[in-house]
Design a protein around this ligand. Structure first.
Ligand code: HEM
Length: 149
């Protein structure tokens, strides 16, 4: 179970990144070029948010059960905080990804409420950029780029 969930969490990160690379330029083009809001813009934004939500679910499974690293860290949380690897997965990675998820949902909600099309794109552009940067910073880049099943 642990390798499977970790493997899906690994692969899904590429989907988050690819969707981010699609949604951000589209949002800036729409905002700055005053393009009309389209169904495809809405869909790609929803897919991006859904991919981050799915990462949260898998992350929670890892965090509250499957991950040996996190389990080990909670045996002695104080000691784990002085170990960079344990601290990263017990605190820094989940906290930064949760913040990114909040920003994605704030952006999606504000975009929905924006009174005009440029405003919809602007909300997505600003909040999703912040979320995407946090995802990049909170990513465990030292881990394998693809899972070994
Ligand atoms: C966009 C959101 C997220 C992305 C892109 C992401 C990405 C990743 C990646 C690439 C790994 C390494 C996978 C591997 O070694 O094969 C990982 C590990 C992990 N993630 Fe996430 N993650 C996200 C959100 C979360 C959240 C919200 C949590 C916790 C609530 C979480 C908990 C974990 C844990 C505990 C591990 C390590 C498990 C272990 O090696 O024992 N992740 N994450």
């Amino acid at each position: 179970m642990y390798p499977l969930v970790l493997g899906i969490h690994n692969i899904l990160r590429w989907i988050v990144l690819v969707l981010g690379v699609i949604v951000l330029p589209q949002a800036y083009r729409g905002w700055l070029g005053k393009a009309p809001w389209t169904e495809s813009a809405r869909k790609i934004q929803v897919f991006f948010a859904a991919s981050v939500d799915a990462q949260l679910l898998l992350g929670l499974l890892l965090y509250f059960g499957l991950s040996y690293i996190v389990r080990g860290a909670f045996l002695d949380f104080g000691a784990a905080m002085s170990n960079a690897g344990a601290r990263f997965f017990a605190l820094e990675h989940p906290a930064s990804m949760l913040l990114a998820l909040v920003f994605v949902h704030v952006g999606a909600a504000r975009s929905k409420k924006a009174p005009d099309d440029a405003g919809k794109y602007r909300q997505v552009a600003i909040w999703f950029t912040l979320a995407f940067l946090i995802v990049l910073l909170g990513m465990p880049w030292s881990r394998p780029f693809l899972p070994h099943f």
